[in-house]
Design a protein around this ligand. Structure first.
Ligand code: FE2
Ligand code: FE2
Length: 352
């Protein structure tokens, strides 16, 4: 299990102090919780990431409430769920507006499945205006810059596809079967060593980087945390199931070609083979996954849930625009100097 990260502002400081058992959040009313620090501090993004992590692995050094009628564990504490809901509503609102403003191609409603597939691939080719991280790695990155890219990407890769799996029990049976086709590969087809997260961890170790779960959260860029939070947001809410599927499909469609670029960049830099192998695996696997995800997963869902096209498109747009935002922030960060910390984590005492 990971340990609690360092605070980045008043909200995350108050939340972390509560989880450490030091000082309770203003009791029972999340509206009384401190306002987040300024945009760019990562305070709000970190607070939501921590709240989401309570539903994944939790934290080694969190102090659970005492047993008893009022001792609900952190994962299901009403005040923390209320705070999470408030942060989620702000996050979703922000991204609804961002997607609307981007005006990406729409998906046809109630049409021929082949037309839906064609339109989905066209949507994924829409120009978001952002530079590609993969192209940067292929052509330009030095080894220090690449290592920082890997540390930032690790926030996602240690729990590949976990967020999308929250949707599984909420899917129509046909769609469930198609999700499991993809998930079987992501989770190693019954072989723990082949789990994509395990391939990633071996790559990180071979590169001399910390492979443990959430090891790099303290230096994760706010955009990286937000990208991660968006996946969990879409996965956790039944209302957002079509958006989660659109997100997953767009993620698969935009993976194989960039993975090939990363492989070329890593070969240029002489990166240890286990990390190259991770991306080589995704060149192959995601070329298959993208077809399953768009034709079968999204195709079957839209056929079973008429009228879901707009929400599928919303999820896909979130995927594309969140990657664009992450790429912009990440490239600016590594070009400025990969050796510098992504953020200046603050000691709790400074901000509590
Ligand atoms: Fe994967
Ligand atoms: Fe995949």
């Amino acid at each position: 299990m990971p340990t609690l990260p360092r605070a980045r502002g008043p909200l995350s400081a108050a939340l972390l102090a509560d989880l450490r058992g030091e000082a309770p959040l203003p009791v029972g009313h999340a509206v009384d919780a401190p306002r987040p620090g300024p945009a760019g501090s990562g305070d709000e993004e970190l607070a939501l990431w921590v709240l989401y992590e309570l539903h994944h692995h939790g934290f080694d050094n969190a102090v659970e409430p005492p047993d008893g009628p009022d001792g609900t564990d952190h994962e299901w504490r009403p005040d923390l769920l209320s705070l999470r809901g408030r942060l989620e509503r702000r996050l979703e609102q922000r991204w609804r507006e961002r997607v609307a403003a981007a005006d990406l191609p729409a998906l046809p409603v109630g049409g021929d499945p082949r037309e839906l597939t064609r339109a989905f691939f066209a949507l994924c080719e829409a120009d978001t205006g952002a530079e590609s991280v993969a192209r940067f790695v292929q052509r330009e990155a030095d080894r220090d810059q690449l290592d920082e890219v890997l540390r930032q990407r690790s926030i996602y890769h240690v729990k590949e596809q976990d967020a999308a799996m929250w949707t599984l029990p909420r899917l129509p049976d046909t769609t469930k079967a198609h999700l499991m086709t993809i998930a079987a590969d992501e989770y190693g087809n019954g072989r723990p060593d082949d789990l994509h997260a395990a391939l990633w961890a071996r790559g990180m170790v071979a590169c001399g980087l910390d492979a443990s779960y959430a090891a790099h959260v303290d230096t994760a860029l706010p955009a990286v945390l937000e990208q991660n939070n968006l996946m969990t947001l879409l996965g956790l809410h039944r209302r957002l199931v079509p958006a989660a599927l659109g997100h997953l499909a767009a993620f698969e469609v935009t993976s194989a070609v960039p993975s090939r670029r990363v492989v070329r960049g890593m070969e240029r830099l002489g990166v240890p083979e286990p990390m190259v192998a991770y991306y080589r695996e995704h060149m192959a696997a995601d070329a298959v996954h993208e077809q399953v995800a768009v034709r079968d997963l999204v195709g079957s869902y839209v056929a079973e849930v008429p009228g879901s096209e707009a929400e599928v498109a919303f999820g896909a747009a979130v995927c594309l625009l969140a990657e664009a935002a992450t790429a912009t922030a990440l490239l600016e960060h590594v070009r400025r100097g990969a050796g510098e910390a992504a953020v200046e984590p603050q000691d709790t005492e400074d901000v509590a």
